[in-house]
Design a protein around this ligand. Structure first.
Ligand SMILES: *[C@@H]1O[C@H](CO)[C@@H](O)[C@H](O)[C@H]1NC(C)=O
Length: 142
């Protein structure tokens, strides 16, 4: 009466393989090199910070756009793509979101309007293709 178990096992193994393959394809990451600090002046770090803040502004309820005041820390992890973990300080600018061009925005120094945030962004990137994805965002008022 052990036979049914054999069949069960044979059935179970292929299913497990399929699940594992799918997880590898969409989620469980192969980490080639885990998070290491990198220079915050790195061009890719700046690109990621710029991208993350643009996404932040799209999703925020504030009338004004926030700008990067400084990049505090950056780390890089290498998987099938690059993952940048970036700590930035954002400051509310004088520019309403309705103006698409941020060139002339200045950080608000008058303290009644100033608002600062410290944010941690995880950005997935293929910098050489100009592709960025905001994977995680965590901000708090300073
Ligand atoms: C980061 O890069 C800048 C510009 O290339 C350089 O001046 C600076 O010394 C570097 N900082 C560190 C900690 O390596």
């Amino acid at each position: 009466m052990t036979r049914p178990w054999c069949h069960l096992l044979l059935l179970t193994i292929p299913v497990t393989l399929v699940v594992t393959t799918q997880l590898a394809a969409n989620g469980v990451k192969k980490v080639l090199s885990s998070f290491e600090p990198i220079n915050t002046s790195d061009a890719s770090v700046k690109q990621c910070a710029w991208f993350a803040v643009r996404e932040y502004n799209k999703r925020s309820d504030d009338k004004n756009v926030f700008l990067v005041a400084s990049i505090l820390q950056a780390k890089l992890q290498i998987t099938s793509h690059l993952e940048y973990l970036i700590h930035v300080q954002l400051v509310r600018s004088n520019c309403p979101k309705s103006l698409s061009n941020n060139e002339n925005c200045v950080l608000l120094k008058p303290f009644n309007l100033e608002k600062k945030m410290n944010c941690r962004f995880l950005v997935g990137a293929f910098p050489w293709k100009g592709e960025f994805t905001l994977l995680e965002k965590q901000c708090e008022d300073v």
